[in-house]
Design a binder for this molecule. Structure first.
Ligand code: ADP
Ligand code: MG
Ligand code: ZN
Length: 608
Protein backbone atom coordinates (compact mmCIF):
# COMPACT_ATOMS: atom_id res chain seq x y z
CA UNK A 1 0.00 0.00 0.00
CA UNK A 2 1.43 3.35 -0.88
CA UNK A 3 1.49 6.42 1.30
CA UNK A 4 -1.60 7.90 -0.17
CA UNK A 5 -3.69 4.86 0.50
CA UNK A 6 -2.45 4.59 4.03
CA UNK A 7 -3.26 8.19 4.67
CA UNK A 8 -6.65 7.59 3.22
CA UNK A 9 -7.37 4.76 5.60
CA UNK A 10 -6.24 6.86 8.53
CA UNK A 11 -8.45 9.63 7.29
CA UNK A 12 -11.40 7.31 7.02
CA UNK A 13 -10.98 6.11 10.60
CA UNK A 14 -10.89 9.66 11.96
CA UNK A 15 -13.83 10.52 9.82
CA UNK A 16 -15.87 7.62 11.11
CA UNK A 17 -15.23 8.60 14.71
CA UNK A 18 -16.26 12.20 14.07
CA UNK A 19 -19.41 11.03 12.33
CA UNK A 20 -20.39 8.80 15.24
CA UNK A 21 -19.85 11.55 17.79
CA UNK A 22 -21.94 14.00 15.77
CA UNK A 23 -24.72 11.46 15.41
CA UNK A 24 -24.67 10.74 19.10
CA UNK A 25 -24.88 14.43 19.99
CA UNK A 26 -27.74 14.88 17.60
CA UNK A 27 -29.47 11.93 19.15
CA UNK A 28 -28.95 13.14 22.68
CA UNK A 29 -29.98 16.75 22.09
CA UNK A 30 -32.90 16.49 19.72
CA UNK A 31 -34.55 13.16 20.29
CA UNK A 32 -34.01 12.43 23.94
CA UNK A 33 -36.01 15.47 25.26
CA UNK A 34 -39.13 14.13 23.61
CA UNK A 35 -39.08 11.26 26.05
CA UNK A 36 -37.93 13.36 28.98
CA UNK A 37 -40.89 15.71 28.74
CA UNK A 38 -42.97 13.04 30.39
CA UNK A 39 -42.29 13.62 34.05
CA UNK A 40 -41.26 10.57 35.92
CA UNK A 41 -43.48 9.47 38.82
CA UNK A 42 -43.52 6.38 41.05
CA UNK A 43 -45.90 3.50 40.42
CA UNK A 44 -47.75 4.27 43.65
CA UNK A 45 -48.65 7.74 42.33
CA UNK A 46 -50.00 6.08 39.19
CA UNK A 47 -52.18 3.74 41.29
CA UNK A 48 -53.36 6.71 43.34
CA UNK A 49 -54.36 8.65 40.23
CA UNK A 50 -56.02 5.56 38.83
CA UNK A 51 -58.04 4.92 41.96
CA UNK A 52 -58.98 8.60 42.18
CA UNK A 53 -60.42 8.30 38.67
CA UNK A 54 -58.16 11.05 37.34
CA UNK A 55 -56.86 9.06 34.39
CA UNK A 56 -58.66 8.88 31.07
CA UNK A 57 -56.07 7.35 28.79
CA UNK A 58 -53.04 5.11 29.23
CA UNK A 59 -50.37 4.04 26.83
CA UNK A 60 -48.45 0.89 27.65
CA UNK A 61 -45.00 0.26 26.31
CA UNK A 62 -42.81 -2.66 27.15
CA UNK A 63 -41.25 -1.11 30.22
CA UNK A 64 -43.17 2.14 30.75
CA UNK A 65 -46.63 3.39 31.41
CA UNK A 66 -47.40 6.77 29.87
CA UNK A 67 -50.52 8.52 30.96
CA UNK A 68 -52.03 11.95 31.03
CA UNK A 69 -53.76 13.17 34.06
CA UNK A 70 -56.29 15.86 33.26
CA UNK A 71 -57.76 16.90 36.58
CA UNK A 72 -54.78 17.32 38.78
CA UNK A 73 -55.79 20.03 41.27
CA UNK A 74 -52.29 21.31 41.92
CA UNK A 75 -51.37 21.88 38.30
CA UNK A 76 -53.19 24.03 35.84
CA UNK A 77 -51.73 22.37 32.81
CA UNK A 78 -52.46 18.94 31.60
CA UNK A 79 -49.60 16.79 32.77
CA UNK A 80 -48.10 13.73 31.21
CA UNK A 81 -46.57 11.14 33.42
CA UNK A 82 -44.04 8.48 32.83
CA UNK A 83 -44.01 5.48 35.12
CA UNK A 84 -41.68 2.55 35.21
CA UNK A 85 -43.86 -0.45 34.63
CA UNK A 86 -43.45 -2.77 37.61
CA UNK A 87 -44.35 -6.43 37.35
CA UNK A 88 -48.00 -6.11 38.31
CA UNK A 89 -50.21 -8.99 37.12
CA UNK A 90 -53.35 -7.06 38.13
CA UNK A 91 -52.54 -4.00 36.03
CA UNK A 92 -54.89 -4.80 33.16
CA UNK A 93 -57.69 -5.70 35.55
CA UNK A 94 -57.24 -2.40 37.41
CA UNK A 95 -57.33 -0.45 34.18
CA UNK A 96 -60.50 -2.21 33.07
CA UNK A 97 -62.25 -1.61 36.42
CA UNK A 98 -61.29 2.06 36.30
CA UNK A 99 -62.80 2.31 32.83
CA UNK A 100 -59.67 3.80 31.27
CA UNK A 101 -58.91 3.57 27.58
CA UNK A 102 -55.58 1.87 27.17
CA UNK A 103 -53.44 0.69 24.32
CA UNK A 104 -50.17 -1.15 24.03
CA UNK A 105 -47.39 0.04 21.78
CA UNK A 106 -45.43 -2.23 19.53
CA UNK A 107 -41.72 -1.99 20.34
CA UNK A 108 -40.86 -1.34 16.67
CA UNK A 109 -42.65 1.98 16.87
CA UNK A 110 -40.21 3.06 19.50
CA UNK A 111 -37.26 1.78 17.52
CA UNK A 112 -38.08 3.61 14.35
CA UNK A 113 -37.54 7.18 15.58
CA UNK A 114 -34.45 5.92 17.37
CA UNK A 115 -33.12 4.53 14.09
CA UNK A 116 -34.03 7.67 12.21
CA UNK A 117 -32.28 9.67 14.89
CA UNK A 118 -29.12 7.85 13.97
CA UNK A 119 -29.48 7.59 10.23
CA UNK A 120 -30.59 11.09 9.34
CA UNK A 121 -27.60 12.91 10.80
CA UNK A 122 -25.24 10.25 9.41
CA UNK A 123 -26.59 10.38 5.89
CA UNK A 124 -24.89 13.58 4.65
CA UNK A 125 -21.64 12.48 6.24
CA UNK A 126 -21.79 9.14 4.50
CA UNK A 127 -22.48 10.87 1.21
CA UNK A 128 -19.51 13.19 1.58
CA UNK A 129 -17.33 10.26 2.47
CA UNK A 130 -18.54 8.31 -0.53
CA UNK A 131 -17.71 11.13 -2.94
CA UNK A 132 -14.35 11.64 -1.35
CA UNK A 133 -13.53 7.99 -1.83
CA UNK A 134 -14.65 8.08 -5.41
CA UNK A 135 -12.35 10.99 -6.09
CA UNK A 136 -9.45 9.32 -4.33
CA UNK A 137 -10.20 6.11 -6.11
CA UNK A 138 -9.68 7.56 -9.54
CA UNK A 139 -6.38 6.51 -11.00
CA UNK A 140 -5.41 4.50 -7.95
CA UNK A 141 -6.80 1.83 -5.77
CA UNK A 142 -9.27 3.14 -3.23
CA UNK A 143 -9.90 1.67 0.17
CA UNK A 144 -12.55 -0.56 -1.34
CA UNK A 145 -10.04 -2.30 -3.53
CA UNK A 146 -7.45 -3.25 -0.95
CA UNK A 147 -6.36 -6.74 -1.73
CA UNK A 148 -7.19 -6.42 -5.38
CA UNK A 149 -4.02 -6.88 -7.29
CA UNK A 150 -2.51 -3.86 -8.94
CA UNK A 151 -2.00 -6.07 -11.90
CA UNK A 152 -5.70 -5.69 -12.50
CA UNK A 153 -5.22 -2.13 -13.60
CA UNK A 154 -3.16 -3.18 -16.58
CA UNK A 155 -5.38 -6.14 -17.31
CA UNK A 156 -2.53 -8.18 -18.66
CA UNK A 157 -0.72 -5.52 -20.60
CA UNK A 158 0.29 -6.17 -24.19
CA UNK A 159 3.75 -4.77 -23.93
CA UNK A 160 4.56 -4.59 -27.61
CA UNK A 161 8.24 -4.62 -26.68
CA UNK A 162 10.51 -6.88 -28.68
CA UNK A 163 13.98 -8.26 -28.13
CA UNK A 164 15.12 -5.74 -30.70
CA UNK A 165 14.38 -3.07 -28.10
CA UNK A 166 16.78 -4.62 -25.62
CA UNK A 167 20.45 -4.38 -26.39
CA UNK A 168 23.35 -6.58 -25.38
CA UNK A 169 21.35 -9.43 -23.95
CA UNK A 170 21.95 -12.07 -26.61
CA UNK A 171 22.65 -14.80 -24.11
CA UNK A 172 19.63 -14.04 -21.97
CA UNK A 173 17.29 -13.78 -24.92
CA UNK A 174 18.64 -17.06 -26.24
CA UNK A 175 17.75 -18.73 -22.98
CA UNK A 176 14.27 -17.27 -23.13
CA UNK A 177 13.54 -18.61 -26.62
CA UNK A 178 12.16 -21.86 -25.30
CA UNK A 179 9.77 -20.03 -22.99
CA UNK A 180 8.57 -17.93 -25.90
CA UNK A 181 8.04 -20.96 -28.10
CA UNK A 182 6.02 -22.54 -25.32
CA UNK A 183 3.86 -19.48 -24.73
CA UNK A 184 3.18 -19.15 -28.43
CA UNK A 185 1.88 -22.66 -28.70
CA UNK A 186 1.51 -24.44 -25.37
CA UNK A 187 -0.31 -27.39 -26.94
CA UNK A 188 2.70 -28.34 -29.00
CA UNK A 189 4.59 -28.91 -25.77
CA UNK A 190 1.84 -30.46 -23.69
CA UNK A 191 0.96 -32.93 -26.43
CA UNK A 192 4.34 -34.50 -26.06
CA UNK A 193 4.13 -34.40 -22.29
CA UNK A 194 6.98 -31.93 -22.04
CA UNK A 195 7.20 -29.93 -18.84
CA UNK A 196 8.51 -26.42 -18.82
CA UNK A 197 10.06 -24.54 -15.99
CA UNK A 198 7.39 -22.63 -14.12
CA UNK A 199 9.59 -19.86 -13.00
CA UNK A 200 12.43 -17.93 -14.55
CA UNK A 201 14.54 -15.71 -12.35
CA UNK A 202 16.31 -12.82 -14.05
CA UNK A 203 19.42 -11.98 -12.09
CA UNK A 204 21.63 -8.96 -12.59
CA UNK A 205 22.66 -5.52 -11.37
CA UNK A 206 20.14 -2.66 -11.36
CA UNK A 207 19.42 -0.97 -14.66
CA UNK A 208 20.60 -3.79 -16.89
CA UNK A 209 17.18 -4.22 -18.46
CA UNK A 210 15.65 -7.08 -16.49
CA UNK A 211 12.23 -5.49 -16.42
CA UNK A 212 12.57 -4.59 -20.06
CA UNK A 213 13.60 -8.13 -20.92
CA UNK A 214 10.60 -9.62 -19.15
CA UNK A 215 8.32 -7.29 -21.08
CA UNK A 216 10.09 -8.19 -24.30
CA UNK A 217 9.54 -11.87 -23.59
CA UNK A 218 5.82 -11.21 -23.32
CA UNK A 219 5.97 -9.05 -26.42
CA UNK A 220 7.80 -11.66 -28.47
CA UNK A 221 5.36 -14.37 -27.45
CA UNK A 222 2.49 -11.93 -27.88
CA UNK A 223 0.89 -12.86 -24.57
CA UNK A 224 -0.50 -10.69 -21.75
CA UNK A 225 1.96 -9.43 -19.19
CA UNK A 226 0.91 -9.17 -15.55
CA UNK A 227 3.40 -7.42 -13.37
CA UNK A 228 3.73 -6.54 -9.76
CA UNK A 229 6.67 -5.28 -7.78
CA UNK A 230 7.93 -6.84 -4.60
CA UNK A 231 8.27 -3.44 -3.04
CA UNK A 232 4.51 -2.95 -3.40
CA UNK A 233 4.09 -5.59 -0.74
CA UNK A 234 6.20 -3.89 1.84
CA UNK A 235 4.25 -1.88 4.41
CA UNK A 236 0.93 -3.47 3.77
CA UNK A 237 -1.71 -4.64 6.14
CA UNK A 238 -1.30 -8.22 7.16
CA UNK A 239 -3.03 -10.44 4.70
CA UNK A 240 -3.27 -7.90 1.93
CA UNK A 241 -0.10 -9.03 0.20
CA UNK A 242 -1.22 -12.62 0.21
CA UNK A 243 -4.61 -11.61 -1.14
CA UNK A 244 -2.94 -9.68 -3.92
CA UNK A 245 -0.86 -12.63 -4.92
CA UNK A 246 -3.92 -14.87 -4.98
CA UNK A 247 -5.78 -12.35 -7.07
CA UNK A 248 -2.91 -11.93 -9.48
CA UNK A 249 -2.67 -15.62 -10.15
CA UNK A 250 -6.40 -15.97 -10.56
CA UNK A 251 -6.42 -13.35 -13.26
CA UNK A 252 -3.35 -14.77 -14.91
CA UNK A 253 -4.81 -18.27 -15.06
CA UNK A 254 -7.90 -16.89 -16.72
CA UNK A 255 -5.76 -15.22 -19.37
CA UNK A 256 -3.29 -18.03 -20.03
CA UNK A 257 -1.01 -18.29 -21.85
CA UNK A 258 0.57 -15.31 -20.20
CA UNK A 259 3.48 -14.08 -18.13
CA UNK A 260 3.33 -13.08 -14.48
CA UNK A 261 6.27 -10.87 -13.61
CA UNK A 262 7.35 -10.17 -10.07
CA UNK A 263 9.85 -7.34 -10.04
CA UNK A 264 12.26 -6.89 -7.12
CA UNK A 265 11.29 -10.23 -5.73
CA UNK A 266 13.94 -9.91 -3.01
CA UNK A 267 11.59 -7.53 -1.19
CA UNK A 268 9.27 -10.43 -0.40
CA UNK A 269 11.50 -13.38 -1.05
CA UNK A 270 14.30 -12.55 1.34
CA UNK A 271 15.25 -15.53 3.39
CA UNK A 272 14.28 -15.58 6.99
CA UNK A 273 17.89 -16.01 7.99
CA UNK A 274 19.00 -12.79 6.31
CA UNK A 275 16.10 -10.77 7.56
CA UNK A 276 17.09 -11.61 11.08
CA UNK A 277 15.12 -11.14 14.25
CA UNK A 278 12.26 -13.44 14.98
CA UNK A 279 8.88 -12.22 13.86
CA UNK A 280 10.26 -9.33 11.82
CA UNK A 281 7.75 -9.19 9.09
CA UNK A 282 4.78 -11.45 9.13
CA UNK A 283 3.30 -9.75 6.14
CA UNK A 284 6.30 -10.43 3.97
CA UNK A 285 6.32 -14.02 5.05
CA UNK A 286 2.64 -14.53 4.42
CA UNK A 287 3.03 -13.05 0.98
CA UNK A 288 5.97 -15.30 0.28
CA UNK A 289 4.04 -18.33 1.49
CA UNK A 290 1.13 -17.44 -0.71
CA UNK A 291 3.44 -17.03 -3.69
CA UNK A 292 5.03 -20.40 -3.04
CA UNK A 293 1.72 -22.15 -2.68
CA UNK A 294 0.39 -20.52 -5.84
CA UNK A 295 3.45 -21.68 -7.70
CA UNK A 296 3.01 -25.19 -6.39
CA UNK A 297 -0.68 -25.10 -7.06
CA UNK A 298 -0.65 -25.21 -10.81
CA UNK A 299 1.09 -27.05 -13.58
CA UNK A 300 3.26 -25.18 -15.99
CA UNK A 301 1.14 -26.84 -18.65
CA UNK A 302 -1.56 -24.35 -17.82
CA UNK A 303 0.44 -21.82 -19.76
CA UNK A 304 1.36 -19.36 -17.05
CA UNK A 305 5.06 -18.60 -16.86
CA UNK A 306 6.27 -16.74 -13.83
CA UNK A 307 9.21 -14.45 -14.27
CA UNK A 308 10.90 -12.56 -11.49
CA UNK A 309 13.81 -10.16 -11.27
CA UNK A 310 16.33 -9.46 -8.56
CA UNK A 311 19.71 -7.86 -8.19
CA UNK A 312 20.37 -9.74 -4.97
CA UNK A 313 19.86 -13.42 -5.64
CA UNK A 314 22.02 -14.32 -2.67
CA UNK A 315 19.43 -13.09 -0.18
CA UNK A 316 16.53 -15.02 -1.68
CA UNK A 317 14.87 -17.66 0.40
CA UNK A 318 16.04 -21.08 -0.69
CA UNK A 319 12.44 -22.20 -0.84
CA UNK A 320 11.96 -20.01 -3.90
CA UNK A 321 14.75 -21.70 -5.79
CA UNK A 322 13.58 -25.26 -5.30
CA UNK A 323 12.63 -27.36 -8.29
CA UNK A 324 9.18 -26.52 -9.55
CA UNK A 325 9.55 -22.89 -8.60
CA UNK A 326 12.18 -20.50 -9.92
CA UNK A 327 14.25 -23.36 -11.14
CA UNK A 328 15.76 -21.52 -14.05
CA UNK A 329 18.04 -18.53 -13.66
CA UNK A 330 18.96 -16.19 -16.46
CA UNK A 331 21.89 -13.86 -15.94
CA UNK A 332 21.52 -10.31 -17.16
CA UNK A 333 24.92 -8.77 -16.70
CA UNK A 334 26.35 -5.34 -17.38
CA UNK A 335 26.68 -4.95 -21.14
CA UNK A 336 29.92 -5.55 -23.02
CA UNK A 337 31.27 -2.96 -25.44
CA UNK A 338 29.26 -4.54 -28.26
CA UNK A 339 26.20 -4.60 -26.04
CA UNK A 340 26.66 -0.96 -25.07
CA UNK A 341 26.83 -0.04 -28.72
CA UNK A 342 23.56 -1.85 -29.39
CA UNK A 343 21.89 -0.12 -26.44
CA UNK A 344 23.14 3.27 -27.60
CA UNK A 345 21.78 2.56 -31.06
CA UNK A 346 18.39 1.66 -29.62
CA UNK A 347 18.20 4.81 -27.55
CA UNK A 348 19.45 7.16 -30.25
CA UNK A 349 16.90 5.95 -32.79
CA UNK A 350 14.82 9.06 -32.36
CA UNK A 351 17.74 11.38 -31.70
CA UNK A 352 19.33 13.46 -34.43
CA UNK A 353 23.03 12.76 -34.23
CA UNK A 354 25.72 15.09 -35.52
CA UNK A 355 28.30 13.79 -37.99
CA UNK A 356 30.96 13.60 -35.32
CA UNK A 357 28.92 11.65 -32.77
CA UNK A 358 30.40 8.19 -32.95
CA UNK A 359 28.46 5.74 -30.88
CA UNK A 360 31.24 3.16 -30.94
CA UNK A 361 33.55 5.61 -29.24
CA UNK A 362 30.99 6.24 -26.53
CA UNK A 363 30.52 2.50 -26.10
CA UNK A 364 34.28 2.11 -25.66
CA UNK A 365 34.61 4.63 -22.85
CA UNK A 366 31.58 3.57 -20.85
CA UNK A 367 32.79 0.28 -19.39
CA UNK A 368 30.77 -0.70 -16.34
CA UNK A 369 27.74 1.37 -17.34
CA UNK A 370 24.36 -0.27 -17.29
CA UNK A 371 21.69 0.06 -19.98
CA UNK A 372 19.86 2.54 -17.78
CA UNK A 373 23.04 4.65 -17.43
CA UNK A 374 23.45 4.67 -21.20
CA UNK A 375 19.84 5.66 -21.75
CA UNK A 376 20.47 8.42 -19.26
CA UNK A 377 23.56 9.60 -21.16
CA UNK A 378 21.69 9.80 -24.44
CA UNK A 379 18.94 11.79 -22.78
CA UNK A 380 21.38 14.15 -21.05
CA UNK A 381 23.26 14.71 -24.30
CA UNK A 382 20.06 15.54 -26.14
CA UNK A 383 19.09 18.01 -23.40
CA UNK A 384 22.50 19.65 -23.55
CA UNK A 385 22.22 19.95 -27.32
CA UNK A 386 18.86 21.62 -26.98
CA UNK A 387 20.19 24.01 -24.38
CA UNK A 388 23.15 25.06 -26.50
CA UNK A 389 20.91 25.21 -29.56
CA UNK A 390 22.82 22.67 -31.58
CA UNK A 391 21.16 21.42 -34.74
CA UNK A 392 22.09 17.88 -33.77
CA UNK A 393 23.59 16.10 -30.78
CA UNK A 394 27.34 16.43 -31.04
CA UNK A 395 30.18 14.43 -29.59
CA UNK A 396 30.86 17.31 -27.20
CA UNK A 397 27.34 16.96 -25.87
CA UNK A 398 27.94 13.28 -25.32
CA UNK A 399 31.26 13.86 -23.60
CA UNK A 400 29.68 16.32 -21.23
CA UNK A 401 26.74 14.02 -20.62
CA UNK A 402 29.07 11.14 -19.78
CA UNK A 403 30.91 13.36 -17.35
CA UNK A 404 27.67 14.36 -15.72
CA UNK A 405 26.34 10.85 -15.43
CA UNK A 406 29.66 9.66 -14.03
CA UNK A 407 29.65 12.50 -11.53
CA UNK A 408 26.08 11.68 -10.60
CA UNK A 409 26.97 8.05 -10.12
CA UNK A 410 29.95 9.00 -8.03
CA UNK A 411 27.93 11.33 -5.90
CA UNK A 412 25.51 8.52 -5.27
CA UNK A 413 28.30 6.32 -4.04
CA UNK A 414 30.73 8.79 -2.64
CA UNK A 415 32.57 6.89 0.02
CA UNK A 416 35.68 8.06 1.76
CA UNK A 417 38.76 6.42 0.24
CA UNK A 418 39.52 4.54 3.46
CA UNK A 419 35.96 3.20 3.60
CA UNK A 420 36.21 2.11 -0.02
CA UNK A 421 39.49 0.41 0.76
CA UNK A 422 37.93 -1.46 3.64
CA UNK A 423 34.94 -2.51 1.56
CA UNK A 424 37.30 -3.67 -1.19
CA UNK A 425 39.20 -5.86 1.25
CA UNK A 426 36.02 -7.13 2.82
CA UNK A 427 34.46 -8.21 -0.46
CA UNK A 428 37.83 -9.39 -1.74
CA UNK A 429 38.06 -11.54 1.38
CA UNK A 430 34.72 -13.19 0.68
CA UNK A 431 35.65 -13.79 -2.93
CA UNK A 432 39.11 -15.15 -2.27
CA UNK A 433 37.99 -17.57 0.42
CA UNK A 434 35.21 -18.75 -1.89
CA UNK A 435 37.64 -19.16 -4.75
CA UNK A 436 40.20 -21.07 -2.70
CA UNK A 437 37.80 -23.70 -1.40
CA UNK A 438 36.98 -26.46 -3.84
CA UNK A 439 33.56 -27.45 -2.53
CA UNK A 440 31.89 -24.11 -2.35
CA UNK A 441 29.86 -22.30 -5.01
CA UNK A 442 32.16 -20.57 -7.48
CA UNK A 443 32.40 -16.80 -7.35
CA UNK A 444 30.62 -15.14 -10.20
CA UNK A 445 31.34 -11.54 -9.57
CA UNK A 446 32.45 -9.17 -6.86
CA UNK A 447 31.45 -5.56 -6.70
CA UNK A 448 32.00 -2.62 -4.42
CA UNK A 449 29.32 -0.58 -6.11
CA UNK A 450 26.92 0.23 -3.29
CA UNK A 451 23.51 -1.27 -3.88
CA UNK A 452 20.27 0.59 -3.56
CA UNK A 453 19.48 -1.67 -0.63
CA UNK A 454 22.26 -0.17 1.43
CA UNK A 455 24.99 -2.79 1.07
CA UNK A 456 28.39 -1.31 0.34
CA UNK A 457 29.37 -4.17 -1.87
CA UNK A 458 28.56 -7.74 -2.68
CA UNK A 459 30.07 -11.00 -3.73
CA UNK A 460 27.90 -12.98 -6.06
CA UNK A 461 28.26 -16.73 -6.00
CA UNK A 462 26.64 -18.94 -8.58
CA UNK A 463 25.68 -22.45 -7.62
CA UNK A 464 26.94 -24.97 -10.18
CA UNK A 465 23.87 -27.10 -9.84
CA UNK A 466 20.87 -27.41 -7.59
CA UNK A 467 21.85 -28.20 -4.07
CA UNK A 468 19.60 -30.69 -2.38
CA UNK A 469 21.72 -31.37 0.63
CA UNK A 470 24.92 -30.05 2.07
CA UNK A 471 27.65 -31.95 3.86
CA UNK A 472 29.20 -30.74 7.06
CA UNK A 473 32.31 -29.87 5.10
CA UNK A 474 30.33 -27.78 2.62
CA UNK A 475 28.64 -25.94 5.43
CA UNK A 476 32.00 -25.20 7.01
CA UNK A 477 33.28 -23.86 3.73
CA UNK A 478 30.23 -21.68 3.33
CA UNK A 479 30.74 -20.25 6.75
CA UNK A 480 34.38 -19.56 6.00
CA UNK A 481 33.28 -17.64 2.89
CA UNK A 482 30.78 -15.64 4.91
CA UNK A 483 33.46 -14.82 7.43
CA UNK A 484 36.04 -14.11 4.72
CA UNK A 485 35.09 -10.44 4.69
CA UNK A 486 35.57 -9.98 8.39
CA UNK A 487 38.73 -12.07 8.34
CA UNK A 488 40.21 -9.86 5.63
CA UNK A 489 39.43 -6.77 7.69
CA UNK A 490 41.08 -8.37 10.71
CA UNK A 491 44.13 -9.31 8.71
CA UNK A 492 44.65 -6.00 6.95
CA UNK A 493 43.30 -3.40 9.36
CA UNK A 494 43.70 -5.39 12.57
CA UNK A 495 40.22 -4.50 13.62
CA UNK A 496 36.67 -5.18 12.54
CA UNK A 497 33.73 -3.08 11.43
CA UNK A 498 29.97 -3.05 11.43
CA UNK A 499 30.01 -4.12 7.81
CA UNK A 500 30.11 -7.77 8.82
CA UNK A 501 26.95 -7.87 10.91
CA UNK A 502 24.87 -9.51 8.24
CA UNK A 503 27.59 -12.07 7.61
CA UNK A 504 27.72 -12.90 11.30
CA UNK A 505 24.02 -13.35 11.46
CA UNK A 506 24.02 -15.86 8.63
CA UNK A 507 27.01 -17.72 9.97
CA UNK A 508 25.60 -17.97 13.45
CA UNK A 509 22.38 -19.29 12.04
CA UNK A 510 24.15 -22.05 10.14
CA UNK A 511 26.36 -22.96 13.09
CA UNK A 512 23.45 -23.15 15.46
CA UNK A 513 21.49 -25.35 13.13
CA UNK A 514 24.51 -27.61 12.70
CA UNK A 515 24.45 -28.11 16.47
CA UNK A 516 20.74 -28.24 17.18
CA UNK A 517 19.26 -29.70 14.01
CA UNK A 518 21.86 -31.55 12.00
CA UNK A 519 23.65 -33.27 14.87
CA UNK A 520 27.05 -32.30 13.53
CA UNK A 521 29.04 -31.89 16.73
CA UNK A 522 30.83 -34.52 18.82
CA UNK A 523 29.95 -32.89 22.10
CA UNK A 524 26.20 -32.89 21.57
CA UNK A 525 25.83 -35.85 19.30
CA UNK A 526 23.15 -36.69 16.76
CA UNK A 527 20.36 -35.27 18.84
CA UNK A 528 17.86 -32.66 17.87
CA UNK A 529 17.72 -29.77 20.28
CA UNK A 530 15.80 -27.27 18.23
CA UNK A 531 12.18 -26.68 18.97
CA UNK A 532 10.29 -28.86 16.46
CA UNK A 533 7.91 -26.05 15.62
CA UNK A 534 10.71 -23.64 14.99
CA UNK A 535 11.90 -24.89 11.65
CA UNK A 536 9.07 -24.24 9.33
CA UNK A 537 9.51 -24.76 5.69
CA UNK A 538 11.09 -21.39 5.31
CA UNK A 539 13.88 -22.63 7.54
CA UNK A 540 13.23 -20.00 10.14
CA UNK A 541 15.27 -19.82 13.27
CA UNK A 542 13.54 -20.58 16.48
CA UNK A 543 14.12 -21.54 20.06
CA UNK A 544 15.25 -24.73 21.68
CA UNK A 545 13.17 -27.60 22.91
CA UNK A 546 11.51 -26.91 26.24
CA UNK A 547 13.04 -29.84 28.08
CA UNK A 548 16.65 -28.85 27.55
CA UNK A 549 18.72 -28.39 30.69
CA UNK A 550 20.56 -25.13 31.26
CA UNK A 551 23.86 -27.00 30.99
CA UNK A 552 22.93 -28.34 27.56
CA UNK A 553 21.81 -24.89 26.46
CA UNK A 554 25.15 -23.53 27.56
CA UNK A 555 26.94 -26.30 25.71
CA UNK A 556 24.94 -25.50 22.57
CA UNK A 557 26.03 -21.89 22.75
CA UNK A 558 29.60 -22.98 23.34
CA UNK A 559 29.62 -25.39 20.40
CA UNK A 560 27.97 -22.83 18.12
CA UNK A 561 30.70 -20.41 19.02
CA UNK A 562 33.41 -23.01 18.45
CA UNK A 563 32.09 -23.71 14.97
CA UNK A 564 31.97 -20.04 14.04
CA UNK A 565 35.41 -19.42 15.43
CA UNK A 566 36.74 -22.43 13.57
CA UNK A 567 35.32 -21.06 10.32
CA UNK A 568 36.92 -17.69 10.99
CA UNK A 569 40.27 -19.38 11.67
CA UNK A 570 40.00 -21.21 8.37
CA UNK A 571 39.19 -18.02 6.51
CA UNK A 572 42.07 -16.18 8.16
CA UNK A 573 44.43 -19.03 7.37
CA UNK A 574 43.50 -19.02 3.67
CA UNK A 575 43.80 -15.25 3.41
CA UNK A 576 47.17 -15.22 5.15
CA UNK A 577 48.47 -17.78 2.70
CA UNK A 578 47.26 -15.70 -0.23
CA UNK A 579 47.81 -12.24 1.15
CA UNK A 580 49.32 -11.02 -2.11
CA UNK A 581 46.35 -12.14 -4.14
CA UNK A 582 44.05 -10.44 -1.63
CA UNK A 583 45.94 -7.17 -2.07
CA UNK A 584 45.74 -7.38 -5.85
CA UNK A 585 42.03 -8.16 -5.75
CA UNK A 586 41.37 -5.27 -3.36
CA UNK A 587 43.39 -2.90 -5.56
CA UNK A 588 41.58 -4.02 -8.67
CA UNK A 589 38.26 -3.57 -6.94
CA UNK A 590 39.13 -0.06 -5.84
CA UNK A 591 40.10 0.75 -9.37
CA UNK A 592 37.36 -0.96 -11.37
CA UNK A 593 34.66 -1.55 -8.74
CA UNK A 594 33.83 -4.93 -10.20
CA UNK A 595 35.86 -8.02 -10.72
CA UNK A 596 34.67 -11.26 -12.26
CA UNK A 597 35.52 -14.92 -11.95
CA UNK A 598 38.08 -14.97 -14.75
CA UNK A 599 39.95 -12.00 -13.35
CA UNK A 600 40.13 -13.61 -9.93
CA UNK A 601 41.38 -16.80 -11.50
CA UNK A 602 44.05 -14.83 -13.35
CA UNK A 603 45.16 -13.14 -10.14
CA UNK A 604 45.21 -16.19 -7.89
CA UNK A 605 46.10 -18.90 -10.35
CA UNK A 606 44.43 -22.28 -10.05
CA UNK A 607 43.32 -23.01 -6.50
CA UNK A 608 45.77 -25.02 -4.47
P1 ADP B 1 16.31 -3.37 -14.33
O1 ADP B 1 14.94 -3.92 -14.26
O2 ADP B 1 17.34 -4.40 -14.66
O3 ADP B 1 16.71 -2.58 -13.13
P2 ADP B 1 15.15 -1.81 -16.36
O4 ADP B 1 14.64 -2.84 -17.30
O5 ADP B 1 14.17 -1.22 -15.44
O6 ADP B 1 16.36 -2.38 -15.55
O7 ADP B 1 15.88 -0.67 -17.20
C1 ADP B 1 15.63 0.69 -17.00
C2 ADP B 1 15.70 1.42 -18.31
O8 ADP B 1 17.04 1.41 -18.79
C3 ADP B 1 14.89 0.75 -19.40
O9 ADP B 1 13.60 1.25 -19.40
C4 ADP B 1 15.65 1.12 -20.65
O10 ADP B 1 15.30 2.41 -21.10
C5 ADP B 1 17.07 1.19 -20.18
N1 ADP B 1 17.77 -0.07 -20.43
C6 ADP B 1 18.32 -0.86 -19.49
N2 ADP B 1 18.90 -1.93 -20.04
C7 ADP B 1 18.71 -1.84 -21.36
C8 ADP B 1 19.08 -2.65 -22.47
N3 ADP B 1 19.78 -3.79 -22.30
N4 ADP B 1 18.72 -2.25 -23.70
C9 ADP B 1 18.01 -1.12 -23.86
N5 ADP B 1 17.65 -0.31 -22.87
C10 ADP B 1 17.98 -0.64 -21.63
MG1 MG C 1 13.57 -3.22 -12.92
ZN1 ZN D 1 30.34 -9.38 4.02
Amino acid sequence: MDKRQRKQVQFSAVYLIIALVVAWLFQALIFQPMVIRWSEVPYSKFLEDLDAGNIKEVQLTQDRILYTCCSDAEEKNVRSYNVVRVDDPDLIERLVTAGVTFAGEAPTNAALPMLLGWIIPLLPLVLIWFFYLRRMGQGGAGVMSIGKSRAKEIQGERTGIKFADVGGVDEASFELQEIIAFLKDPKRFTRLGAKLPKGVLLVGPPGTGKTLLAKATAGEADVPFFSISGSDFVEMFVGVGAARVRDLFEQAKAKAPCIVFIDEIDAIGQSRATVGAIGTNDEREQTLNQLLSEMDGFESNQGVIIMAATNRPEVLDQALLRPGRFDRQVQVGLPTEQGRLEILKIHTKKVTLAEDAHLDRIARVTAGFSGADLANIVNEAALLAVRSEHAAVTMDDFDLAIERVVAGLQRKMRLKPEVRRRVAYHEGGHALVAYLQPDTDPVHKVSIVPTSKGALGYTMQMPDEDTYLLSKRELEERMAVMLGGRAAELLVFEDTSTGASNDLERVTDIARRMVTEFGMTEALGPVRYANPASTGYLGQIGGLRQDISPETARLIDQETRNIVEGAQRNALQLLKQHRQALDVIADTLQEHEVINAEEIAAIVGSPA
